[in-house]
Write a new protein. Structure first.
Length: 233
């Protein structure tokens, strides 16, 4: 269903561009065209200012990890990471203040948390409105299994998987809903990695996922599409 939507979208856009080009194809002046492309003179920007609150240091400290950090990874750490990545915040004038922007204010993501144990992988769905982890599955699997057996995540202690719920924004945006969901996942993942850095926890963003294994672990339905993940060390 999702693939058919993409095909229709691109066919429609291709027809529109072709029709526009045919209507507006006309002779042009080479000199006018050249002058319009002349770039402005370059200018050195100089060093940036340090951002308040230590954000500059935090951005520079973030890097992709592949081994476990020495700090504890407990329930409080997980709560802090999830809340900063995608959860709601109270105390603001708006009732639904979120740390990641979403197209049209339509929250298109669902977050699933995978916790690695010695012989199994526990998967939970993050219910952000209630700040609650709902148990989904427990399997004999590893985080690497979810990521096409990538060696860089074999020591990960947990993973957060970002899943696009097509029912949220596709009624308004059509096939472009996935584009906006990908942007939203990028915003949330950046929040997650920066929060992890602040806690001393390593992180690595993952784009290559084994969709069948992720769908099985998260017990996903046809309207739910895994699009991104972040391993935590």
């Amino acid at each position: 269903m999702l693939e058919r939507g993409f095909l229709a979208r691109f066919e429609s856009e291709s027809d529109t561009v072709a029709a526009f080009s045919a209507r507006h194809r006309r002779p042009y002046s080479q000199s006018a065209f050249t002058s319009a492309l002349d770039p402005p003179e370059g200018e050195a920007l100089g060093p940036p200012d340090n951002l308040a609150g230590g954000l500059t240091d935090l951005l520079l400290a973030r890097s992709s990890a592949d081994r476990q950090a020495s700090v504890a990874f407990d329930e409080q750490s997980l709560r802090t990471l999830l809340r900063h990545a995608y959860g709601p915040w109270s105390g603001f004038k708006t009732k639904d203040r979120r740390p990641a922007p979403a197209a049209g204010g339509l929250r298109s993501l669902q977050l699933f948390v995978h916790l690695a144990e010695s012989t199994s992988l526990q998967t939970y769905k993050y219910c952000e409105d209630d700040d609650f982890l709902d148990g989904v599955s427990r399997q004999r699997a590893t985080i690497a299994d979810l990521c096409n057996d990538q060696a860089t995540v074999r020591d990960a202690r947990a993973q957060v998987t970002f899943v696009y719920d097509t029912r949220t924004n596709s009624p308004k945006y059509g096939a472009r809903g996935l584009d906006f969901a990908l942007l939203e996942a990028g915003h949330a993942a950046q929040n997650l990695t920066l929060a992890a850095t602040a806690l001393g926890i390593g992180s690595r963003c993952i784009g290559s996922l084994s969709h069948p294994k992720v769908c099985e672990a998260c017990n996903l339905r046809t309207h739910q599409v895994p699009i991104y993940a972040c391993a935590l060390f």
